[in-house]
Design a protein around this ligand. Structure first.
Ligand code: SAH
Length: 679
């Protein structure tokens, strides 16, 4: 999870804005595929900071949407550039914008078009936008306060129309106000919070051509030909009435009765949970953030019981295969030559390099010390971001077992070596045809290896599994970086599919009776079908496990109300300890908080009585914090809609929680690392 952005130099110094702006255009817009020089030039000119409230100026050149008045947002620069490029302007046109907001996108448009007409539904926003634009000398922009779903007929027809808010369908009025040959770009979706970006071209008087161009997330388009009102959102005018308080109080009371409180992680009685898990083959343990100590601690506690009392064979974590393999060698007391690279050294290092994880790893090693070699509990990685480390592992393996094949594999993987530093750029180059795709090469390298399974595996099954999984990872990662540009849905699904296939492969490897514990974020382990991810066409590991194993998959979600969390402010940024904002009034978290219980387990699968659509089964907000946490834009960037009891079988609650303790990272920079944590 998390917003993928690169790191701008933060600065409150206003004189540096032009250079921050230029850097942002190159880094976040040109480098991500926007090629239209008109658009890039316009983005380089418009001072985005001046469309923001003063306290947000310093964030103006991060590629993120930001809050403006009226609970609205100024769009993310990349999205503005992407949409304007999709309008295919050549200069001199008449353009209509719906959703002026801050006026920023209108200013960008006015740098290219001859005249821009922009409509805003909220009066105070329309007024501020008009004033800002006038102060900055944009005299070819005209602002109207009104319902933009009806367009602005007085100046129709338009060469291009752009809509900055998402509606349930394309307003007829807007289609009618397009010139023949004109383009309309609009987010459309049956869910108020996620949409498909659509470009409609008017081919003739009554013919239109429509293309889907990206998955997006906009504020709702409210009006006669848009949404009647905003569903369940207390910040918006015209919201649905709140449930009467006595109903809520009743639910909170029932919840408190059903909850199994515990005094501390160590003291928790897990027997009832073990009983509920029963014969399940896969237990998935989630986390609402990637940086909360209690989530790691409790997952470790549950996992220890699963290993000791129920014979679970391995833990599969949301980490890259080669990194987790280092932990595996350590905990299973395998003799491997020390390697010259450091495990878990990439962003976000704190996710696995933390004291909580180290304690669990030490326990596992100690536990395995007293167990026969082939019964020791293993640790494996499910994720796919280690393209080059995995290539190296496959080649090292082949160098040792079959040098002739190693030469062939080296040649095949050579296709990817020019892109070693930046696989995302490979993906883009392959997609645009400026570099041939390496797909057939990496697939051949994998099939070559699999064909020799029998000969190789005889020698050492564990080492073969390691090489095989690395070769599979390379094949998935190669695709991942290519399809990433088709939108978040395709790459998300590919990644979770890779995790699922890896898990199944591991269960097969460890034998027909083997059982697995998975540690991954709630967004991977909960059933995506019960969340707004489904409306975006996304599925996940939990959902795939549910359909494969039915009740034999036991999914546990974790949550918290407030406290601190380890997270970065942007991708590749440094870890910070951030305060977690108290949970949203309409979230599941707030409901759990209202019980007044500091810690509890909630057996939702068993308590169907509590989980009907009038109770816990009513859709609510749920918070997800990944490696990035942005409290300022929390509602937009960290909350999603879900039906908790359908998402998870069990929920573990920590009202107040603390950030994980990261390990010293000095050793990451220098010395060879001979064991997982360099301590
Ligand atoms: N282009 C803006 C982004 C605005 S967000 C910018 O660069 O800042 C979308 C805006 O659409 C919000 O301000 C919202 O109030 C507005 N909006 C929603 N429904 C609307 C409608 N029917 N007509 C006009 N504006 C609408």
């Amino acid at each position: 999870m998390g917003v993928l952005t690169s790191t701008p130099a933060r600065s409150g110094d206003e004189t540096s804005f032009p250079s921050l702006r230029k850097a942002m255009v190159e880094r976040d817009i040109a480098a991500r595929g926007v090629r239209d020089e008109f658009v890039l030039e316009a983005m380089r000119k418009v001072p985005r900071e001046l469309f923001l409230p003063k306290n947000l100026h310093e964030f103006a050149y991060e590629d993120a949407p930001l809050p403006i008045a009226g609970d609205q947002t100024i769009s993310q620069p990349y999205i503005v550039a992407f949409m304007v490029e999709a309008l295919m302007l050549k200069g001199g046109e008449k353009v209509l914008e719906i959703g002026a907001g801050s006026g920023y996108a209108a200013a960008v448009l006015s740098e290219i078009a001859a005249n821009v007409y922009t409509v805003e539904r909220l009066g105070p926003l329309a007024e501020t936008a008009a004033r800002t634009l006038a102060d900055l000398g944009y005299d070819n922009v005209h602002v109207l306060h009104g319902d933009g779903t009806r367009g602005w007929p007085d100046h129709a027809p338009y060469d291009a129309i752009i809509v900055a808010a998402g509606g349930p369908q394309i307003p007829e009025s807007l289609k009618e106000q397009l010139k023949i040959g004109g383009r309309l770009v609009i987010p459309v979706g049956s869910d108020q919070r996620s949409q498909e970006l659509v470009r409609v071209t008017r081919v003739s008087a009554n013919e239109y051509r429509s293309e889907d161009i990206a998955d997006v997330r906009f504020v709702p388009l409210i009006g006669e030909e848009g949404w009647p009102t905003v569903k369940n959102d207390s910040r918006m005018p015209g919201r649905a009435p709140r449930p009467i308080s006595s109903q809520r109080e009743m639910l909170v009371r029932n919840l408190a009765d059903a909850a199994e409180p515990f005094a501390s992680i160590e003291a928790a009685d897990l027997d009832p949970l073990m009983e509920r898990i029963g014969p399940a083959r896969v237990v998935l343990l989630g986390e609402a953030t990637h940086g909360t100590s209690e989530f790691y601690g409790m997952r470790a506690r549950i996992t220890r019981d699963l290993i000791v009392k129920k014979g679970f064979r391995f833990v599969a974590i949301e980490a890259d295969w080669p990194d987790a393999a280092r932990v595996d060698h350590y905990v299973r007391h395998f003799q491997y030559p020390p390697s010259e690279w450091t495990a878990f050294a990439r962003f976000p290092t704190w996710m696995w390099r933390n004291a909580e994880m180290r304690d669990f790893v030490s326990w596992l090693r100690k536990h395995n010390g007293g167990v026969e070699r082939n019964k020791r509990a293993a640790c494996h990685g499910l994720d796919l971001y280690s393209l080059y480390d995995s290539i190296r592992c496959v080649l090292n393996y082949l160098d040792q077992v079959d040098p002739k094949s190693a030469r062939v594999a080296r040649e095949r993987y050579g296709c990817l070596t020019p892109w070693q530093r930046d696989p995302a750029t490979y993906g883009h180059a392959a997609l645009t045809g400026s570099y041939p795709t390496c797909e057939s090469h990496v697939v051949r390298a994998l099939t070559d290896l699999l064909e020799k399974r029998r000969t190789y595996a005889e020698h050492d099954g564990d080492r073969f599994l390691d090489a095989e999984q690395n070769a599979r990872l390379v094949a998935s990662a190669e695709r991942y970086y290519r399809i990433m540009y088709y939108g978040s849905r395709a790459s998300w699904n590919l990644r979770d599919n890779h995790m699922f296939e890896t898990l199944k492969n591991l269960l097969a490897y460890h034998g027909p009776d083997s059982k697995a514990v998975v540690w991954a974020h709630n967004s991977h382990v909960g059933n995506a079908g019960a969340t707004e991810m489904a409306a975006r066409g996304e599925y996940n590991l939990g959902q795939l496990c549910r359909s494969e194993f039915g009740d034999g998959a036991y999914m546990v979600g974790f949550g918290t109300h407030s406290g601190t969390v380890a997270a970065a402010s942007e991708w590749d940024g440094p870890m910070e300890i951030k305060a977690v904002r108290p949970s949203h009034p309409e979230s599941y978290e707030r409901l759990c908080h209202a019980t007044g219980l500091p810690r509890f387990m909630l057996a939702m699968r068993e308590r169907g009585d509590l989980c009907g659509s009038g109770g816990l089964g009513k859709e609510r907000l749920e918070r997800a914090v990944g490696v990035i946490y942005r409290p300022d834009t929390e509602l937009g960037s960290h909350y999603f809609r879900a039906v908790l009891p359908q998402q998870f079988d069990e929920y573990v609650w920590f009202d107040d929680s603390c950030a994980v303790t990261p390990l010293e990272t000095a050793e990451i920079k220098g010395l060879p690392d001979t064991y997982p944590f360099g301590v």
